[in-house]
Design a protein around this ligand. Sequence first.
Ligand code: GLA
Length: 721
Amino acid sequence: MNTTNPTISLRGGGAALIVELAEPRPRVLHWGADLGGLGGADLAALATSASPSATHNSTDEPRDLTIVPTEADAWSGTPAIEGVIRDGSPYARFVLESHRADETAGELDITLRDGRTGLAVTVGYRLNRFGVLDVTTAIANESSADALYDLAAVTALLPLPDRATEYLDFTGKWSRERSPQRGTIDQGTRLRESRRGRSSLDSPYLLFAGTSGFDFRSGEVWAVHAGWSGNQRYLVEQLPEGAGAFRSVLGAGELLLPGEVTLRAGDEYRSPVVSFLWSADGLDGIAGALHKTLRARDMHPRSPRPLTLNTWEAVYFDHDLATLEQLVDAASRVGVERIVLDDGWFTGRRNDTNGLGDWTVDAEVWPDGLWPLVNAVREKGMQFGLWFEPEMVNLGSRLAQEHPDWILAPSDGVGAAIRHQYVLNLAHPDAWEHILGRIDALVAEYGIDYIKWDHNRELHEAALRNDRDRAGVHEQTLALYRMLDELKLRHPRLEIESCASGGGRVDLGILARTDRVWASDCNDPVERQNIQRWTAQLIPLELIGSHVGAEESHTTHRVTALSFRLATALFGHAGIETDLTRLSREELDTVTAFAALYKELRPLLHSGDLVRGDLADQQSVLTGVVSADRSEAVYSWARLGTSAPVQSGRVRLPGLDPDRGYRIRVRDEIGRTSLHENAPAWLVQAAGGGFAVGGRVLTDVGLPLPTLDAQQAMLFQLTAL
Ligand code: GLA
C-alpha cells in the first residue's frame, strides 16, 4: 500500500483509533493507547510498519487487514460483511468512495462501494471523551437494477496485538447470570452466539482480550460489546498468518437468521452500535469508561433512585388487597419510596399458565380496579410501579384466541412453550398498536411511575405469520425498541426496568430506552455478590436493581444473615423483595436503618467510581465506590465461603488518593458482622471513633482486613481528613 495516504486520528479518554484512508480499502493502523499527536513522519512510519511480510505459500503481496475484511482482501477469517445477490454472486469488492471526518469531535465515516452489485457500505466510528469507540455499519442497496441482496452477517472487527493472549467472557443460566469464563486466545475462532431472541441469561455480555493475567486493576485490556437485544454474536479470532501486522481480531454484531434481512433497491440495513474499549488499567478501567459514558447521557436517571419494594417474592400470584395494604404499610414505615406490583394483577392471571396478552385489571381480584392499592401507595407518598410482559402471550388468553395471526410462530403451529407461553409478533402493526394502547391506557389511568418489563420466552421459530413465515427476530427487536421509545415519548417521566427471567436482557441497546435492569431472580447474597459485580462491568450501580430477599433464598434455599443480604443489596439500585409483614420488630428496625443508610450513601454509590479488589482468595470480594474527587469512599468486604488462609494479609483499598489521609468508620447499623478471628487493632479503633490513616498506606501497603465468618460482609466508610 502507498504510505502517503491521508490518516485520521480519533483520540479520547486515553484511547486512540488511527485509520489510514488507503485504497482500495482503508485499514486500521492503531487501536489502543493514545499515542499523542503524531506528526506526518510518524504517521507515515506507522503506515509503513502496518504491513507485514509476504510469506511462503501465501499471497504475493502482504495481506493487510482492512476496515471491512472480506475475501477481496485475501482475508480468510470471518468476513465483516456476508451476503449474496439473489441467484447471483456473494463476492462484493468494496472500494473507498468518500469519507467525512471530524477529529476534534472524534468522528469518522467511511463510505465504500461495490460497482458490480451497487452496494454501498458506510462504517461509522465515534470515539468519545471517555475512550468508548462506537462502531456502526450501514449497508445500502443502491443498485439501479432490481437486484435483491440477502444479507447474512455484518460484524464490526478491530485488530488485536500479539500481547492480547487471554480472553474473558460470560455465560449464565436462570439465577446465575454473568458467570465469567477465561482462557487463552489460540488459533481459530472463539465464537459466542445468542440465538434466543434476547441478549440472554448466557449472554457473552462483554468479550475481553488482554495481556496475560489481566484483572480488575491491572493489565492492558481490549473489549467489545454489542448494543443489541436480539440475536447476536461475539468473536475473537486468530489465523496462522495473523491479521495484517496484528495477531487477532475482536468483533461483534447482530446475528441474522437466513432470509431475515433482504435489501431491495433503496433499502438499507443499519447495524446495532458495537462498542469497543481499551484500557491500560484492567477491567476497572473499562467499567469506568462505560459508566461515565452512560452517566453523561441526557436520559440517564438523575433523581435519587427510590428504595423499592417489589411484591413478587412477598405474595407471588396471591393478590389480596388486605395483604398488599399491610405490605405497603410496612414498606412505608421502613422508608420504602416505590412499590411495584408484580405479576398476577391482570385478567385470568392466577398462575403462570394463563392471562398473558389480556392487559386489563382482573375484575374478580380487583373489583375496584387497582385504585385502592394505588391510593394506599400514594397516600404514603410512594411511587407506584406495575409489571408487564408485553411481548408474550398465553394461548388461552382472549388475545391469542382472537388474533392467532399475531403470534410469532410458524403458521402451521406453535413450537415449544417456555413457562407455558409464546411470543407476540410486535412487528405486526395491529398487534403493536394494541399492546402499546393497553399499556399507554393503564399508565395514563393510574399515573404509573414505573414499569417492570419482563420477557420470559426465548424466540425460537420466530416466524412472521403475516409475511410468509419469514424469520422475525430482527424486526421484533426493532418493534420493541419503537414501542419503548413511543411510551417514553408519551410519558416522559415513566421509568422502565428491563427484566427477562431475571437478568436476561441487559445490553446497551435496551438501556438506551430503559432506566434499570433486574440483575437476577437470585437474591441469595452469596450468588448475588458475583452477579452484581460482573453486571457492573458494563453498567453503573444506579442501573442495577438489587433487592434484599428472604432469609431462605427462594432460588437456592441457602439461609443467610440479614446483614449480609442488606450489605449486598446496598451496592445497586436497592430494594426489598420479601414479605416485610413476617419480619420481627428487631429485623424491621434493621431494615429501617438500612433504608436510611442507602439514602445517605446513594449520592456516592450512584455517582462514584467503581473499584474492585484483586484478591488471591477467591472467597473474598472487595467492592468499593470512590467519589470523583476521592474525598469519600465506601467499601464492602465480603466473604462468600471459607478458605484455607487464616488471615487476609494486607489488602490494598483501590481508588483512593495516596497523598491524602482518610478516616475509616465501620457502618454496622445493618447488623454486626460475624468475625472468625479477633478484630485487628486498626478495626477496633475504626469501630470506635474511627481510624485515621495515610492514603499511601491504604493504596500501596494495605490493611489486614478482618477474617469474616463465611457469608458475611462488613461496610467501611472513608472520609478524607
Ligand atoms: C420473571 C421475573 C421475576 C418475576 C416473575 C413473575 O421470572 O424475572 O422477577 O417478575 O417473572 O412471573
